[in-house]
Ligand binder design. Sequence first.
Ligand code: PLP
Length: 389
Amino acid sequence: MAEKSFKSELACETIAATHGVASDTAFGAVVPPLYLSSTFTFEAFDQPRTYDYGRSGNPGRDMLAEALAKLEGGAGAVVTSSGMAALDLLLGLLGPDDLVLAPHDCYGGTYRLLMARAGRRQFRVAFVDQSDGPALATALADEPSLVLVETPSNPLMRVVDIAAISALAKAAGALVAVDNTFLSPALQRPLLLGADYVFHSTTKYLNGHSDVIGGAIIATHPARVNVLRRWSNVVGTIGAPFDAWLTLRGLRTLFPRVERQQQNAMAIAEHLERHTAVLRVHYPGLSSHPGHEVAHRQQRGFGAMLSFELAGGVPAVQRFLANVRMFTLAESLGGVESLVSHPATMTHADMGEEARRVAGIDNGLLRLSVGLENQDDLIAGLERGLAAC
Ligand code: PLP
């Protein structure tokens, strides 16, 4: 797209739809080619080309990295084999004296990774409710090196103020990394709010079609990007070329997908909020949501993830899941198809009962990833489950 760029800065929708389009110099392919080769020829003795070996770099993977860095407003990105690998890449830069401050209600896999690494004394970890000002201040007084932020959080959709936490963390000498998986840069750009890193499970909205496991980490400072790039080559935490190609293809439609999905999510959240079988709905788009104001300020939309608690607890969950239509019982999120999951027995099972209780993840909680289906069909499918509760 380089020759066709006629403005110094293209809009994010344009970058998502066209980054790398028509850039093939060999045959003029409109769609960027897929280079599966694990190795690249040297021109001659001691004369490597741009690429020499697939662990160090791959044209398609780098193209995806460039697109993601632009969308997030960062200096560069590293594309990894999963979202967990993206976080682990960053954690690999820490030492035994470093302290990581994480949200108490983070994604279960993040909790598991942090506990596993800290258990091996690779760093120390502490968990805090980042929406609790005094608790956050106390935790920051312990001088963490890295503050992890996840907003909206998985699965309770708690929203925290990225700009405020980044300023506090910076004053305490910590770097900030935000998990932006739930919203994608289409709806939230944490680096512009003061974060130093943003990471993704590209498995979710960025790819959007539930056919790739992938991740990415983007940094504001070029020097930090270089450190991550070198480290990813050292440990081999890289995304596969075909996965990167599919993810770039998925990225083309990110903006319209998310736009439509969040319209569906809003309608569903309002429907659930009125329903007698439902105790509570967690969706930042509802004015009843405690993080509504912050979400309105720092997000471009409220997203398509929501969770709700059934009044009848686990028995109601079982009846709901046996009868619901349109929502497939499966982990993951962000695809074009709607999914339902039960965090206590699925995504957050490894957290253990006590950590879930502290985080507020009830056994009656269900999480929805709202897809692109017709809104009436989705609500009718949910109604079928709710009527059985
Ligand atoms: N972060 C969040 C918020 C997630 O929901 C997930 C996966 O569900 C991850 C990170 C991990 O991503 P991956 O499964 O690609 O490793």
